[in-house]
Design a protein around this ligand. Structure first.
Ligand code: SAM
Length: 274
């Protein structure tokens, strides 16, 4: 497993402007994320997610779930700027942090250093995860509505197969997503309480159809960034997990086990390898 020198080997660190072509609504590809998480957006990400508010709203949920199952060796496959990786290291877990964006990974490393932690990082794409990651893990987390970046079904199946292969025989996968059923069926509303907790940033969809949700993130300094995401329906995601071989799929809504389908902003699936 290589720890990379982010600063000069990765061109997405240099890109400052998002560029997904002339027709953004037509841009529906699993590789888009590389051009979306440009350096300037990554620099702003923590304003969007607000670590303090997020820690408060999530509480110990993920730590409790992992500890209850006796898991210690965790692979954070979408570490972003490092929020969960840092929390888990502080809670005593043995964490490896992966992201396909070198800019995100560099920021995670920097953020962790501010918490006196040297993060074990690996630059990898989920679809070829096991080419870059060695060893098997007790748990994989894929959080913050990350899986939505995969637009092609074959990429989703491939990523889940890679996650499955990277887990020990009794491993657990924790993967979350926005409640896209509510967005597609009823329009967008959010309590803004979970995940994207920064209250000075607005995040809302500017385009929604069955194959695309395009979110706009507007910051107080008037800068704006966009993300194209595939709107995963909850039962479709559960089916994919099941077809990838995962067992005992439990889906929480905003950290609760019982909920009205339309209510939660986010769903969290917790599934076992065997
Ligand atoms: N988990 C972090 C959080 O909650 O703040 C980051 C969430 S961000 C919405 C999604 C992350 O997934 C980005 O850092 C992006 O680079 C990463 N990502 C998207 N597609 C990926 C892929 N195919 N392979 C690896 N990382 C990917």
């Amino acid at each position: 497993m290589d720890t990379i020198d982010f600063r000069d080997r990765n061109s997405d660190l240099v890109a400052r402007e998002q560029d997904i072509g002339d027709d953004p609504i037509a841009a529906r590809d699993s590789d888009l994320y590389r051009g979306e998480y440009v350096q300037t957006f990554v620099e702003k990400w923590d304003e969007l997610i607000d670590w303090g508010a997020r820690a408060e709203s999530e509480g110990q949920f993920f730590i409790d779930m992992l500890k209850a199952r006796g898991k210690t060796k965790v692979l954070d496959v979408a570490c972003g700027t490092g929020f969960h990786s840092v929390q888990l290291v502080k809670a005593g877990f043995d964490v490896t942090s992966v992201d396909g964006s070198a800019a995100m990974l560099a920021k995670a490393f920097e953020n962790a250093k501010d918490h006196h932690i040297i993060l074990r990082t690996c630059h990898a794409d989920w679809r070829t995860l096991n080419r870059d990651i060695h060893g098997k893990f007790d748990a994989i987390i894929c959080l913050g509505n990350s899986f939505t970046h995969l637009f092609q079904e074959q990429d989703r199946r491939r990523a889940l197969a890679e996650f499955y292969a990277a887990l020990k025989h009794d491993g657990v996968l924790i993967i979350d997503q926005r409640n896209y059923d509510a967005i597609l069926d009823n329009g967008y509303s959010t309590k803004h309480k979970f995940y994207y907790c920064g209250d000075r940033v607005t995040a809302e969809p500017e385009h929604v159809d069955e194959g695309l949700t395009r979110f706009r993130y507007a910051f107080p300094d008037k800068s704006e960034y966009k993300l194209n995401m595939f709107p995963l329906r909850k039962n479709y995601m559960r089916r994919l997990l099941s077809e990838a071989g995962f067992q005992r799929i439990r889906t929480f809504g905003d950290f609760q086990e019982t909920y009205q389908e339309d209510d939660p902003d986010f769903f969290i699936h917790i599934v076992d390898k065997s």
